[in-house]
Design a protein around this ligand. Sequence first.
Ligand SMILES: Nc1nc2c(ncn2[C@@H]2O[C@H](COP(=O)(O)OP(=O)(O)OP(=O)(O)O)[C@@H](O)[C@H]2O)c(=O)[nH]1
Length: 192
Amino acid sequence: MGSFVGIVLAGGQSRRFGSPKAFAKTGGKYFYQYAMAALEPVTEQAVVVTNPSLYEMFASRGVKCVNDLSEFRQKGPLAGLYTGMQYVKSDWYIVVPTDLPCLTSSILCMLKAYAVSTCEAVVPIINGKPEPLVGLYHAGTMPIINKRLREEKLSMKGLLEALHVCYVDMLALTAFWNINYKHELDKLEGKT
Ligand SMILES: Nc1nc2c(ncn2[C@@H]2O[C@H](COP(=O)(O)OP(=O)(O)OP(=O)(O)O)[C@@H](O)[C@H]2O)c(=O)[nH]1
């Protein structure tokens, strides 16, 4: 199967949320800590890929982190994925965003079981739709991702069309509860 490195995407602007989502808290823990905890049992190591305005907040907490490559800064999650792939050598990369605090390692473990040589990516299908921000990407996809970034083809969903993807239909809706707004966090915590 090879080696597995975790990539936490945490370089977004969190405009809808109003403050950096990685440092939003629920259950006494920061969102980024949930992402790291989900990756911990299924990877050899994990790195947070962020932007210069948040870098120090991670580094000062002893988190292994890196800024998006300057040539692809502010280009979205695909740039974050590529930066993480460039930063740590591995056969496979397990990517997660910081805004899914309910995501568990058992979900990632299930996806990992599909990482075989015949596919370049393993992506869950949630509610009938692919969720490419959670998944596995093989190191061999790096040149394809690089080319797409250079061509300004920044969509993660678009990337899937260029790869041999193993899709895994999942009924794990709660685990994929995406927090984009403060009111969604309130709902998750049962406040509304
Ligand atoms: N490293 C990196 N991560 C990103 C980038 N853009 C988005 N992300 C991450 O990708 C995940 C999904 O991001 P979104 O919620 O779509 O975007 P966002 O910028 O965080 O939020 P909005 O500003 O409200 O759209 C989050 O974990 C983000 O931190 C980027 O340019 N670089």
